[in-house]
Design a protein around this ligand. Structure first.
Ligand SMILES: NC(=O)c1ccc[n+]([C@@H]2O[C@H](COP(=O)([O-])OP(=O)(O)OC[C@H]3O[C@@H](n4cnc5c(N)ncnc54)[C@H](OP(=O)(O)O)[C@@H]3O)[C@@H](O)[C@H]2O)c1
Length: 306
């Protein structure tokens, strides 16, 4: 290796330059960080939002760094997934890397406690991963090379294996990870990433919305492995199981040190753009061509504390 940037090692092993990526939920939050990481590394990125103006705004910002195009899609239904797949395929044809960044949190109780909350969580967080992958399979297979499959990346959660921690985390102990104020569909106060009403004590299973989100995340990990088995050898499917991330400006990983979750992690900080960039570029490049069906923890070591 000749320098600190592994894409400059002369072999292109870690490079995504010239590859085409589609990042759902790429206008904001984790999805926007992933889109930026890929654009900066030379990939052509299509990002999606339900809001055409939001997609255009983020794509315009990222276009200053490279090639980025906005698409509008609501992925809550099978028809929405089909529509996005058709539009993408019509415009780009081949897809090297599909990143499922879109997710939703049911509204706070009582609105989110019933079937509507469960349907919303399972629809966007789980079913859309299946349907969109299915509809984009031809575009993915068209991009696959010999020994270098097209890639699908799902976004999971590091707490999937520990039900107590899942509930604690979802009861607001992240505190900084997300900005629900920017989600028109969210009833949560700004600064609380998910789940329970403000002020709910961590660890208390105070509402059913946490269960829907946690169950959908665990199911995404399982679906990832199942798709990996079924879609090989031309398509590889892996999950990134995230811990807390500073996914809104100023993207400062050190900010949320007060969070219980961050305090428990060996690396004592939230994740940031570079942390996501390292893993997502690896998963989009030849460097990961022999990896599929993996759930990769990207959580500052939280998974190791259990
Ligand atoms: N942030 C963290 O600290 C953290 C920690 C662990 C795991 N995660 C995981 O990372 C992923 C993203 O998290 P985030 O913090 O970025 O979430 P977020 O801020 O709530 O963003 C959600 C994204 O999903 C999109 N979306 C919501 N409903 C949609 C729908 N019906 N159709 C299409 N797109 C829809 C939104 O797009 P528009 O509103 O623009 O349409 C937005 O881009 C999730 O899987 C989450 O579980 C995040």
């Amino acid at each position: 290796m000749t320098g600190s940037d592994p894409t400059q090692d002369g072999t292109g092993l870690f490079s995504v330059r010239g590859r085409t990526a589609l990042v759902t939920g790429g206008a904001r939050g984790i999805g926007a960080l992933i889109a930026q990481a890929l654009v900066e590394a030379g990939a052509t990125v299509y990002l999606t939002s339900r809001d055409a103006a939001a997609a255009e705004k983020t794509a315009a910002r990222l276009s200053l760094l490279g090639e980025c195009f906005p698409l509008t899609a609501d992925l809550a239904t099978e028809g929405g997934c089909r529509g996005l797949a058709e539009e993408f395929t019509g415009r780009a044809g081949r897809l090297h890397l599909l990143v499922h960044g879109a997710r939703t949190l049911p509204p706070a109780p009582p609105a989110g406690s019933g079937d509507a909350g469960w349907d919303r969580a399972l629809g966007v967080n789980l079913k859309a991963v299946f349907h969109l992958t299915r509809f984009l399979r031809p575009a993915l297979e068209a991009a696959a090379g010999l020994g270098d499959p097209a890639r699908v990346v799902t976004i999971g959660h590091t707490t999937e294996h520990t039900t107590e921690d899942t509930i604690a985390d979802l009861d607001g102990s992240y505190g900084v990870a997300s900005d629900p104020a920017s989600d028109p569909a969210s009833d949560l106060p700004s600064g609380v990433s998910s789940g329970a009403p403000p002020g709910a004590p961590p660890g208390v299973p105070s509402d059913e919305t946490s269960y829907a989100h946690a169950a959908s995340t665990a199911a995404v990990h399982h679906l990832t492995r199942q798709l990996a088995v079924r879609l090989g050898p031309r398509i590889a499917v892996n999950a990134v199981a995230l811990g807390p991330f500073a996914s809104y400006p100023p993207f400062a990983p050190e900010l949320p040190l007060a969070s219980d979750t961050v305090g428990r992690s060996p690396l004592r900080r939230a994740g940031g753009l570079d942390d996501l960039a390292g893993v997502i570029r690896f998963l989009g490049s030849r460097a990961s061509a022999y990896l599929t069906g993996a759930v990769i923890p990207l959580d500052g070591g939280l998974a190791a504390t259990r």
